[in-house]
Design a protein around this ligand. Structure first.
Ligand SMILES: [Zn+2]
Ligand SMILES: [Zn+2]
Length: 147
């Protein structure tokens, strides 16, 4: 069975649908880039196959080269500038969706945390949830978050 997950930006002009077998596993990134970009303590992401996404609205892009030499291309609402998803040349065939933009964001429970060496000290992570000081080893990480 296919589940259709809906999401969108703050102003409502940009909307998307994820056509997936199940709700993807969510992970949190506590790195400084994510803190400054979100203006918050961490970001929440889900990784889904590129073909799962259908989007409408005035979506604009911003690309940059990461510290590790990959190219990351981000998609935003061109009206309110909410960051919606990105792809990365190190993970072809998949996109990384800002999970806080899902309509059901109040139901999310993280399955992993990365860059916890940079997390805010008040955040206490459940001992049963995998956490990584920096980026996780790709194979180990994808085994946790990909469904
Ligand atoms: Zn918008
Ligand atoms: Zn980050």
């Amino acid at each position: 069975m296919t589940e259709l997950l809906e999401g969108g930006c703050r102003c409502g002009a940009s909307r998307y649908t994820l056509s997936v077998a199940a709700m993807p596993e969510v992970y949190c990134c506590h790195c400084h880039y994510c803190q400054s970009w979100s203006g918050s303590a961490f970001t929440q992401q889900v990784i889904v196959p590129t073909e799962a996404l259908t989007a409408t609205g005035p979506i604009v892009t911003y690309g940059y080269d990461t510290d590790s030499g990959a190219t990351s291309t981000h998609r935003f609402c061109g009206t309110c500038h909410t960051r919606l998803w990105n792809d990365n040349t190190r993970l072809p065939g998949y996109i990384v969706v800002r999970a806080g933009t899902l309509d059901a964001s109040d139901t999310l429970v993280p399955a992993a945390h990365i860059w916890v060496k940079r997390k805010q000290t008040w955040i206490v992570i459940d001992a049963g949830v995998p956490q990584f000081a920096e980026s996780a080893p790709p194979a180990e990480f994808l085994a946790i978050v990909l469904r």
